[in-house]
Design a protein around this ligand. Structure first.
Ligand SMILES: Cc1cc2nc3c(=O)[nH]c(=O)nc-3n(C[C@H](O)[C@H](O)[C@H](O)COP(=O)(O)OP(=O)(O)OC[C@H]3O[C@@H](n4cnc5c(N)ncnc54)[C@H](O)[C@@H]3O)c2cc1C
Length: 509
């Protein structure tokens, strides 16, 4: 009998399965819809190559509506390793205020003081491992590019940041730092250190952990308010029921709510519309979609030799606070190494990102078909506070393009079209139309206290209305932290995996 079935081998699922299976008394099975590459030698180049994202070969093929005016592709990893296997490898934590705010919403186990040990445990920081707020022995190796390793545009970005008066920030994961510096990244050389590599490679040796790829979960098996397993489709189209004493749903912030809805947990009216039997009417599932609205300034550059599509996409970052804001580090500016494709004139871009988001979107079903992709509506910048800060961020980026060594590299601005002007009204219309996702969806199966009607799981990840069901991935975050989300998703898997390991009885095991 399987004790724990983990659905989704992404950032959180790999960490959770690896930690839970450290308890030899627990028989753990980890499954994913995507393929499982058991060895590094057998792992395809797009998954090893951290210099750019893998967008198509191991992707779900989703699209989304960032604003009501546009639809775009929305990448999500479909492979054992999940989105950690296809991403840019930026290894940034949220700031203490993010997690303390999660705690203040009724989740005291997620305060900064309580999450820091898990952040430390997950990493092997080659630069700052000896600091009390870092780890030096975890499965995910983190380092920063040395100055001499930076591409000319990144060296120029840091020099322009200094000229503009932003403080220098050697370690973006120093909890109280702000300013410009090298990105902490989970890569060594070109190799992306995904959770499949960091967590699963050593855990595969355990007799009590089984890992299976190409297992598409159609729905959960729920009987009298208890989750007893999952209905799974195999590559040949046959259907199998996998039974387990407990199920940890780690399919990510898009697919976890979709699987719950297909299983009869969700807004009754929506489920009935698609002919799905309602098990529990839980309207909050799929709501509270958070992310980081972003928009880039694209620039033509004078030296085509610095634009190389095979170089690292990102190396540096500026974390700072919007003028007049009471939310520290609520904006990011990132130098992007290249923005033109082969054959196009040489261009790079500078991306502005709103890190503390007020607006919310939603995910809804389009059909009961277990392969149908959902409707993802982010509604970016419909909230005036988000729009105003992204406008300010665009203006700050324009100052970069006109200052110091970065300005010296630029021959003209390609986007936004300079002829449209840069007044607030124009920029406001622009961000409301063109802002796009930082690819950091979360919040769609929110955790919180019993008195919060939108909280679907408690702070330990246990579903309120279904025994034996745990949700543990980006979906349970109350809101998006002020950082790229991979490390926070791994931290969630670390914490809940550790709770299962040391106190399985809490989870009925
Ligand atoms: C292109 C891209 C670039 C990014 N860059 C960065 C970055 O540089 N730094 C950063 O911090 N964050 C980055 N992110 C975001 C970060 O990678 C994610 O926030 C994080 O990996 C999400 O972890 P998760 O465990 O919640 O979900 P995922 O890692 O997405 O895992 C979900 C898993 O569930 C599986 N699954 C889903 N549905 C089913 C089903 N029906 N049956 C079986 N299995 C299923 C999926 O195949 C997947 O493996 C990026 C994301 C993308 C897509």
């Amino acid at each position: 009998m399987i004790d724990l079935l983990v659905i989704g081998a992404g950032s959180a699922g790999c960490a959770l399965a690896a930690r839970a299976s450290e308890n030899p008394a627990l028989n753990v099975m980890l499954i994913d819809a995507g393929p499982d590459y058991e060895t590094l030698a057998g792992t395809p180049f797009d998954l090893q190559n951290s210099h750019n994202n893998s967008y198509t070969r191991h992707d779900w093929g989703m699209s989304y509506w960032p604003t009501s005016q546009r639809q775009s592709p929305f990448p999500r990893g479909r492979v054992v390793g999940g989105s950690s296997s296809v991403n840019t490898t930026i290894a940034l934590r949220g700031i203490p205020e993010d997690y303390d705010e999660w705690a203040s919403l009724g989740n005291p186990e997620w305060s900064w003081e309580k999450v820091l040990p898990a952040f430390n445990r997950l990493e092997r920081d080659l630069d700052y491992g000896s600091e009390p707020y870092h780890g030096d022995a975890g499965p995910i190796t983190v380092r920063r590019y040395q100055h001499h390793e930076l591409l000319p545009q990144h060296q120029a970005f840091l020099a322009s940041a200094e000229a503009l008066g932003y403080p220098e920030c050697p370690d973006g994961n120093d909890p109280y730092a702000c300013g410009a510096g090298p990105q902490p990244m989970n890569k060594t050389g070109r190799l992306r250190l995904s959770c499949a590599i960091g967590y699963l490679a050593p855990a595969r040796l355990r007799d009590n952990l089984t890992i299976q790829g190409e297992r598409h979960v159609r729905r959960l098996l729920i009987n009298q308010h208890r989750c007893t397993g999952a209905e799974v489709e195999l590559p040949d189209g046959s259907i199998e029921h996998i039974h387990a004493r407990a199920v940890a749903l780690c399919a990510g912030a898009i697919m976890s709510p979709v699987i719950l809805m297909r299983s009869g947990l969700g807004a009754a009216a929506q489920l009935q519309k698609h002919g799905i039997d309602v098990v529990e009417d839980i309207p909050a599932i799929g709501q509270n979609l958070c992310d980081h609205p972003a928009l880039s300034v694209v620039a033509d550059v004078n030296d085509g030799a610095v634009i190389d599509q095979d170089s690292p996409l990102i190396q540096t970052i500026l974390r700072y606070t919007c003028e007049g804001s009471d939310k520290r580090n609520d904006l990011q500016i990132e130098q992007i190494s290249f923005a033109s494709r082969a054959g196009e004139p040489p261009r790079f871009s500078v991306a502005g990102v709103v890190e503390y988001q007020y607006g919310r979107g939603q995910i809804t079903l389009t059909s009961s078909d277990p392969h149908a992709l959902p409707l993802i509506e982010n509604r970016f910048c419909e909230d005036d506070r988000d729009a105003a800060r992204l406008v300010q961020c665009m203006k700050d980026i324009f100052r970069f393009t006109e200052t110091g060594p970065l300005a010296d590299m630029i021959t003209g601005i390609r986007f936004p079209d300079p002829s449209r002007g840069r007044d607030d009204e124009t920029l406001n219309a622009l961000v409301r139309k063109f802002s796009a996702s930082g690819y950091h969806p979360c919040g769609t199966v929110k955790m919180g206290p019993a008195e919060d009607p939108e909280a679907i799981v408690d702070q330990y990840g246990c579903a309120r209305k279904t025994d034996g069901l745990i949700v543990a991935d980006g979906a349970i975050m109350p809101f998006v932290p002020r950082a790229n989300t991979n490390l926070t998703c791994i931290m969630i898997g670390e914490k809940i995996g550790e709770w299962i390991r040391v106190n399985p009885a809490r989870y009925g095991l």
